[in-house]
Ligand binder design. Structure first.
Ligand code: NAD
Ligand code: UGA
Length: 546
């Protein structure tokens, strides 16, 4: 396990696998990184100009690593060196696994919906199936790395599975959880707060951990690479997410007190956050946390505590999820109550469907539960607008709350003004910049400078023919990048999705098209209440009064 890593296979070309592989490949041009996925469409998109996920600057890194580039570095400014492609996406897992000296598991690990531990335990079916493939095809000596978020003890479980399929074959198993956030994945990967590597505390386990550490050391300072035991590493990931989510539920519980008393939750968060022991982050009150991980990771922590015979600990953490559910329910009922408990025949526009800004990810969208409650009141129409999401993703996510009676009432729009036309109420569900009223932005006036241009961690010139990444200048030849056929299906489907750079909505124009009384419900603290009132809106929020 002490030999340098030359070939990494990443299993799972999702939100974690794809960007992680791209950044490893960028900083380790001598390592061949192959990303495997069973989903042919996903792999096709990774091999095309239409990446399956939206992350700022990801396409530039993928172009350099997947398509090749000429490189001029800071020290070697005018002498371009050719950089060969070293990032590949494939469905041929057998061939890739057989060549790899390191395999990173980045498959999905959702919550179990059936049987023992339903609703809390992790469904390991996908993960186990991927491990079995690795067991069948990997070479002796391969280092297997858990990048997926897994229950504590999984490293041990993987070892037992490998032993059952390939008895006596040496493999090392490491835990290396990922801490990136969607929407800032590339920045988080290029500049991680920490890289955690958990191993068996044996000489070969330590050597394997060092081999993985050397891959990261190509761009991460050694002081940020922490080597611990596998159990601590697996538990640390669950705890990080649980603690972040706990802050959100804590501030949301306070928003309910603010609603009853007239105190302002933003002022309280600001005041508390100025104490350096508390800090300002993750204190934004709103509809709660969505996304594919917080809920499931807290559920997993709860189940772990239960399994260890610690019901008080399990109850403590399960409250974080319960408060999150309650907040959404509270908000949806607020909407109904404010509209005289009668939504029959009324049109409600939902602005934002992704679980947060700067992503098109609809998993665990906060909108679903809100829409579920609203639909029970038989509104005339629920009109959804989120330019970052594909309409097929929105409808798939809503499927569990749709039935023959309400399906026809739900529509997805690609234009905010059409979605809000003749609406009785607008409900802001995510914190995307286009829905925000930034201080100083004149209401009703589109200001393209304020459009949601994402922060680029590096510059991109002239349609990315030249890219600057951390002090290196890459020029890539557009002819080397894949070009779409005229009938490319992904060109067609992305037309409905727009981009992450969207003009801010003109609230005056929205107001103009709406029915009176015009209601605006702010589930994310993005609206300026007094400015909205000037436009004739009646506004309700979660714990805010300004
Ligand atoms: P994802 O669903 O986006 O991607 C998983 C991919 O794995 C899918 O494309 C799926 O087709 C593929 N896959 C499943 N089984 C396979 C197999 N046997 N062979 C090849 N491919 C297979 O999931 P994700 O969001 O990337 O999350 C992956 C893991 O990382 C989860 O455990 C999650 O908790 C964790 N995580 C996610 C994030 C995030 O921001 N999404 C951040 C940190 C950690
Ligand atoms: C989160 C963690 O931040 C990552 O460190 C972790 O790696 C990842 O989960 C994971 O394991 O999947 P992510 O879910 O992408 O990342 O997004 P966050 O920025 O954490 O937001 C999660 C949810 O909380 C969103 O719905 C967001 O709108 C909400 N949120 C966040 C609040 O309601 N208030 C806040 O103050 C912050």
């Amino acid at each position: 396990f002490g030999t340098p890593v030359r070939h990494i296979a990443v299993v799972g070309a999702g939100y974690v696998g794809g960007p992680t592989a791209a950044v490893i490949a960028l900083h380790n041009p001598h390592i061949r990184v192959e990303v495997l996925d069973k989903d042919q469409r996903r792999v096709r998109r990774w091999n095309s100009p239409h990446l399956p996920i939206h992350e700022s600057s990801l396409i530039d890194i993928v172009r350099v690593t997947r398509d090749g580039a000429s490189l001029s570095s800071r020290d070697n400014s005018n002498v371009p060196t050719d950089r060969l492609p070293n990032l590949f996406f494939t469905t041929d897992s057998q061939a890739s696994l057989a060549k790899a000296d390191m395999v990173m598991m980045a498959v999905n690990t959702p919550t179990k919906t059936f049987g023992i531990g339903a609703g809390r335990a992790t469904n390991m079916t996908t993960f186990d199936a991927a491990v079995k493939e690795v067991a069948l095809y990997a070479r002796p000596g391969t280092i297997i790395v858990e990048k997926s978020t897994v229950p504590c003890g999984t490293a041990q479980r993987v070892r037992q599975m490998l032993d059952a399929v390939r008895p006596g074959t040496p493999f090392e198993i490491l835990s290396n959880p990922e801490f990136l956030s969607e929407g800032s994945a590339v920045r988080n990967l290029l500049h991680p707060d920490r890289v955690l590597i958990g191993s068996a505390k044996t000489p070969s386990g330590r050597r394997a951990a060092d081999a993985l550490a050397s891959v990261y050391a190509a761009w991460v300072p050694r002081s940020r690479i922490l080597e611990v035991d596998a159990w601590s590493s697996e538990l640390a990931k669950l705890v990080s997410n649980a603690m972040l989510a706990q802050r959100i539920s804590s501030i949301n519980s306070i928003s309910a007190i603010c609603d009853r008393t007239g105190a302002d939750v933003d002022e309280i968060a600001r005041s508390a956050g100025l104490d350096p022991r508390i800090g300002p982050q993750f204190l934004k009150a709103g509809l709660g946390f969505g996304g594919s991980c917080f809920r499931k990771d807290i559920a997993s922590l709860t189940y772990l505590a239960e399994s260890l015979g610690l019901p008080e600990v399990a109850h403590y953490w399960s409250q974080v999820n319960s408060m999150n559910d309650w907040q959404r329910d509270r908000f949806a009922h607020k909407v109904i109550h404010r509209m005289e408990e009668n939504l029959v025949g009324k049109k409600i526009a939902i602005l934002g469907f992704a679980f947060k800004k700067n992503t098109g990810d609809t998993r665990e969208s906060l909108a679903v539960d809100v829409i579920r409650v609203l639909l029970q009141e038989r509104p005339g129409e629920i009109a959804i607008f989120d330019p970052c999401c594909l309409s097929e993703d929105i409808m798939r996510e809503l499927e569990p709350v749709l039935d023959a009676n309400n399906r026809e009432r739900v529509h997805v729009y690609t234009d905010a003004y059409q979605a809000c036309e003749q609406a009785n109420a607008v409900v802001v569900v995510n914190d995307s910049d286009p829905f925000k009223q930034a201080p100083g932005r004149k209401l009703g006036k589109s200001n393209s400078k304020n459009a949601s241009t994402e922060q680029q961690p590096f510059e991109t010139n002239d349609m990315a023919k030249e890219i600057h990444i951390d002090g290196s200048r890459f020029s890539y030849h557009p002819t080397q990048s894949p070009i779409c056929a005229e009938d490319c299906p992904d060109c067609q489907s992305t037309k409905s999705r727009g981009t992450m750079s969207i003009e801010p909505v003109e609230w005056a124009r929205i107001a103009y098209g709406m029915k009176e009384p015009r209601w605006a419900f702010d589930g994310r603290g993005v609206l300026d209440v007094s400015e909205m009132e000037k436009l004739g809106f009646r506004v309700d929020t979660l714990g805010r009064h300004t």
